[in-house]
Design a binder for this molecule. Structure first.
Ligand code: HEM
Length: 509
């Protein structure tokens, strides 16, 4: 009896929601009638589970981004699937992406799955906020990203030198190694140095303490564990809270304890109002941020948020760039020559790096083919529309109800042949010198667009340019590890997209 009542109640709520949602849907936009997008084909009685299973399988086989391309090729630039009656729209139409991120910004917010990050980042983190709270965070963080501050190349050289030493200490006799893990350590040290004022020592020996009381491997290990659990929680969408293992809580607590020391120090320095030890003050993000807020919670959450946003994405860009250069010796040769002509063997300056057009083209091309955030999600916050994708030919608007999700695949967008030509899947940096591609606008979005555009874009490009230039200046040979030549590219695409097979290269000084 109780079971029947519960089922009837659930069904009643479902029908009521369906009717009220549809009653309020917007029907026309500027005289254009809204229509539904094509649906992923699936019998009704599987409730969308068959398609989701295929998605999970593709993810396990490390080909999820490619599945997005195949689905768009088969169904259209915009399509949808339904899981237990809840519809999600998928798009690689730049007009829809522009609407979601910019022209109809107020109609969309972050999807609730971002709450999966609260345990690590807290509730004051820009990365998880919407509306006025996000605007406040953005205004708080923006000044700290001033261009002069992010171009502290002397600091980058310290970490490049450490990485080179680490490579020389650990490289086997055949001189082949996986550079992906090395870049993850490099960017962890460079970002913690910039954000906290102290590198966490990821590039150092295991377990070594740097004397500051910061157990070096503990922070990196804990941060990595926390991130990998967040990726699983993210995949669980609204049900993220069911996965909250003890080791995740412990990892978050280790990260928080370490960061709190730096928060305390920044606040003390601010209160004392004097530079440390009378030395020339170097830029430390946490300390600059503390000029605007002395709330320890805000400082901790925002700094962790920026660390999460910037560390893996930059490591991913460096990894894919190295893989592309190793696989395309002709592009590598051109880049080496451009670097030699402009910089020679000296340590590069910011101006020199900026002046190397081919370096910019290479990075643009890598970000096109392998965007570190390969897909992203937004959620309608009110009754609204997407401008295109409805109807048989995709030319009609689509009506959305509050709560409906839109997933946009940058990976699929960046491989559209109508935008980039028949060789869209190929690595060809020269295309960035062509008029059509230079004017691509919303067709190239590795850093997103609109009011939430990446705050660290300049910094990421500077760091990547610097490290790529230094790698080519330092290693006379950078080629694919002969053991992995011809292996297909696979995609470890959880939060940040890495190469599933790592980046196996042979490096000779
Ligand atoms: C290649 C490297 C990078 C890529 C591809 C990248 C990409 C992105 C993307 C796509 C977003 C939008 C996320 C969203 O709204 O859902 C974003 C946001 C953000 N990024 Fe980056 N990012 C990179 C490096 C960095 C670095 C180095 C930093 C800072 C040190 C950084 C800081 C941020 C912040 C703070 C946001 C949040 C902006 C907001 O919500 O208003 N990013 N990034």
């Amino acid at each position: 009896m109780i079971l029947y009542a519960a089922i009837s109640l659930l069904l009643g709520a479902f029908v009521f929601r369906w009717i009220s949602h549809n009653a309020k849907r917007i029907c026309t936009v500027n005289g254009r009638r809204c229509e539904d997008p094509p649906m992923r084909p699936e019998p009704w009685y599987t409730f969308g589970l068959r398609g989701q299973l295929a998605t999970v399988k593709a993810s396990k086989a490390q080909r999820l981004p490619l599945r997005m391309v195949q689905m768009c090729d088969a169904l259209g630039e915009t399509w949808a699937y339904s899981l237990f009656g809840t519809r999600t729209i998928i798009t690689r139409d730049q007009r829809n992406i522009q609407a979601v991120l910019a022209t109809q910004f107020d109609d969309f917010g972050l999807a609730t799955d971002r709450d999966a990050m609260h345990a690590l980042l807290g509730t004051e983190a820009i990365f998880t906020q919407n509306g006025p709270a996000w605007s406040k965070s953005r205004a708080l963080l923006r000044p700290s990203f001033d261009r002069a501050a992010v171009a502290d190349l002397d600091r980058l050289e310290i970490f490049f030198t450490r990485m080179k030493q680490r490579i020389e200490e650990t490289i086997p006799a055949d001189r082949c190694m996986d550079m992906q893990t090395m870049y993850q350590k490099l960017t962890m040290d460079a970002s913690s140095d910039f954000l906290l004022g102290n590198a966490v020592g990821a590039l150092e020996e295991e377990g070594k303490d740097d004397g500051s009381g910061l157990a070096v491997q503990t922070f990196t290990g804990a941060f990595d564990v926390a991130q990998s659990v967040i990726a699983i929680r993210w995949a669980l969408s609204n049900l993220y809270w069911v996965y909250n293992p003890r080791f995740f809580r412990d990892a978050c607590s280790i990260v928080h304890t370490q960061v709190q020391r730096y928060v305390k120090r920044a606040i003390q320095l601010r209160t004392a109002g004097t530079p440390q030890d009378g030395k020339k003050k170097r830029y430390v993000f946490m300390e600059v941020l503390s000029e605007s807020s002395q709330d320890p919670r805000v400082l901790q959450d925002q700094v962790l948020s920026v660390m999460l946003a910037g560390r893996d994405t930059t490591a991913s860009l460096l990894s894919w760039t190295t893989l592309c250069l190793a696989r395309h010796p002709e592009a590598q040769k051109k880049l080496r020559q451009a670097i030699r002509e402009t910089i020679g063997d000296r340590i590069p300056t910011q101006a020199e790096l900026r002046s190397i057009t081919y370096l910019r083209w290479v990075l643009h091309e890598v970000l096109r083919l392998y965007p570190p955030l390969h897909a992203n999600t937004r959620c309608a916050t009110k009754y609204t529309t997407l401008p295109y994708g409805g109807g048989a030919d995709g030319s009609s608007p689509i009506a959305l109800a509050p709560g409906e999700k839109v997933i946009y695949s940058l990976f699929a967008l960046h491989r559209r042949k109508d935008l980039y030509g028949d060789d869209a899947d190929s690595f060809r940096p020269e295309r960035w010198g062509e008029e059509r591609v230079r004017k691509i606008g919303w067709g190239w979005l590795p850093f997103n667009g609109g009011p939430r555009i990446c705050l660290g874009q300049q910094m990421a490009l500077t760091h990547a340019s610097y490290f790529v230039a230094r790698m080519l200046q330092t290693f006379a040979v950078l080629e694919e590890d002969p053991k992995v030549v011809g292996q297909p590219v696979t995609f470890d695409a959880k939060i940040t997209m890495y190469s599933g097979n790592g980046v196996g290269v042979r490096l000779v000084l």
